[in-house]
Design a protein around this ligand. Sequence first.
Ligand SMILES: [Cu+2]
Length: 162
Amino acid sequence: MKSGVLIIIVVLAIILFVGGFVLFGSFNSNSGSSSSSGITPNSENSEPSQPVNPDNSKESNTITITSSGFSPSTLNVNIGDRVTFTNLGSSQSWPASNIHPTHTVYPGSGISKCGGAEESNIFDACRGLRQGESYSFTFNEAGSWKYHDHLNPGSGGTIIVG
Ligand SMILES: [Cu+2]
């Protein structure tokens, strides 16, 4: 009679013991798997690339060149804006980044790259614009960029990007 009660107690203890292990085991595996399956935030990547300034092809990004120089002499634009220099004067004009004569102030620019593969990527017209001709450049670098007329180095202006 006494040994029967003991066996029942031992069996119950074993059941509780094993049950506890199973519970603990399942808790551990649950917490482990939930932490490993992290949420991947890709809302920024899935956003369609929007232009920084949708209406950046407006007239205000044009600089005119006349016998009295560049107008406006200081122009504020946003990063990624395209600026067009149009020569309205009778003499040729060669807009280019400072400093004369190397034109290396704007990042990546330099008169030595004129005529090469990078010519279209530098802030340098690389030639004299005749009356009515234009030169355009897209400013992707923030900063205050001075430029000049390579054929008349005393004439220049500033483009402020940012
Ligand atoms: Cu120059």
